[in-house]
Ligand binder design. Structure first.
Ligand SMILES: NC(=O)c1ccc[n+]([C@@H]2O[C@H](COP(=O)([O-])OP(=O)(O)OC[C@H]3O[C@@H](n4cnc5c(N)ncnc54)[C@H](OP(=O)(O)O)[C@@H]3O)[C@@H](O)[C@H]2O)c1
Length: 288
């Protein structure tokens, strides 16, 4: 049996969809059953638990031999995911697949607290005695949905990423497709770390593609990190999240998300990664 923790998120719901398409019926461990029914469908199996709740997590994952873990950013994400991993083990799991971040933003001393947390979780997972697989996707194409209001209202994308910087983006649906397959085959994938992206592009090209698809040319505006930080703070974003987003943009400007690696998607999913044009077509309702 399979369990997916973080099933209602961007990546988690893609994993669940793929597992179902492959004939599996995973238990989705969620904190909000109403949201879960809405985004995953009423026919989905649910168990309710908070990431911090050790006993609840253990109960929710009872009987699950293979567990997929993807949770969001927050200052406690290391404590939360370590709790999930330990609960999975106590509940009888044998294999855990964890979504991490880009390799250049993970480590004990990186600027992003989220990257430091991923490092601690990975190190913990490797010492549990469980079989494991770590997924390091590129920067998500879906992040651009955060620009939907700028696109709709001003015909602009405004962010601190240089227009012509190479970026190897990935659609979270590709992470879902790869993740579901990796989860189903520990014999092939346990002990491995996969770094994978879609085809490299630039944000300037991505803006052109979205503009073509929605029939409205877009202007790409690169702002400084300082301007971005002030803008995020003005939106009352918590300090830790502002710091994380700025750290990621700073590392990105130094090439942390520039290197393309489409091979894992080709080898494991058996097709090319989703293109930015396909993404734009599928999400054009959000930008139009
Ligand atoms: N954004 C990028 O470009 C990028 C690139 C590479 C890697 N990553 C990594 O990908 C991960 C984020 O993936 P994502 O965007 O798919 O995440 P997401 O959409 O934020 O989903 C997070 C999931 O965790 C659940 N969750 C959060 N707090 C919880 C709690 N206290 N108890 C129970 N469930 C809780 C959420 O539930 P609710 O739906 O109820 O909120 C949701 O299902 C991060 O680890 C990040 O470092 C991101």
């Amino acid at each position: 049996m399979y369990a997916v923790v973080g099933a209602t998120g961007n990546t988690g719901r893609a994993v669940v969809k793929e597992l179902k398409a492959l004939g599996e019926s995973p238990v989705c461990v969620v904190r909000n059953p109403d949201k879960a029914k809405d985004v995953l469908g009423a026919d989905t199996k649910f168990a309710v638990a908070e990431l911090d709740d050790r006993a609840g997590m253990e109960k929710a994952m009872a009987g699950a031999k293979r567990v997929f873990v993807v949770t969001g950013h927050n200052p406690k994400s290391d404590v939360q995911q370590i709790n999930v991993i330990d609960a999975a083990k106590a509940a009888g799991a044998e294999y855990v697949v964890k979504v991490s971040g880009g390799r250049d933003v993970i480590g004990p001393n990186v600027e992003s607290v989220n990257g430091q947390a991923h490092y601690r979780i990975e190190e913990h997972l490797k010492k549990t005695g469980l079989q494991w697989c770590i997924l390091s996707p590129g920067l998500f194409m879906q992040n651009i949905l955060g620009q939907a209001a700028n696109i709709k209202d001003q015909g602009k994308i405004i962010q601190p990423w240089p227009k012509d910087l190479p970026v190897a983006l990935i659609d979270v649906r590709d992470t879902g497709a790869l993740g579901a397959r990796v989860l189903r085959e520990p014999g092939k994938h346990a002990g491995k770390m996969y770094t994978f992206t879609g085809a490299a592009t630039t944000f300037g090209e991505f803006a052109n593609v979205i503009g073509e698809v929605i029939g409205k040319p877009l202007t790409y505006v690169t702002i400084t990190l300082e301007q971005a930080e002030a803008g995020l703070k003005a939106r009352n974003m918590p300090d830790w999240l502002v710091a994380h987003l700025i750290a990621i943009a700073r590392a990105g400007g130094q090439g942390a998300f520039s290197k393309e690696n489409t091979q894992p998607i080709r080898d494991i999913v058996g097709r090319a990664p989703i293109t930015t044009r396909q993404f734009a077509q599928d999400f054009k309702g959000a930008f139009g």
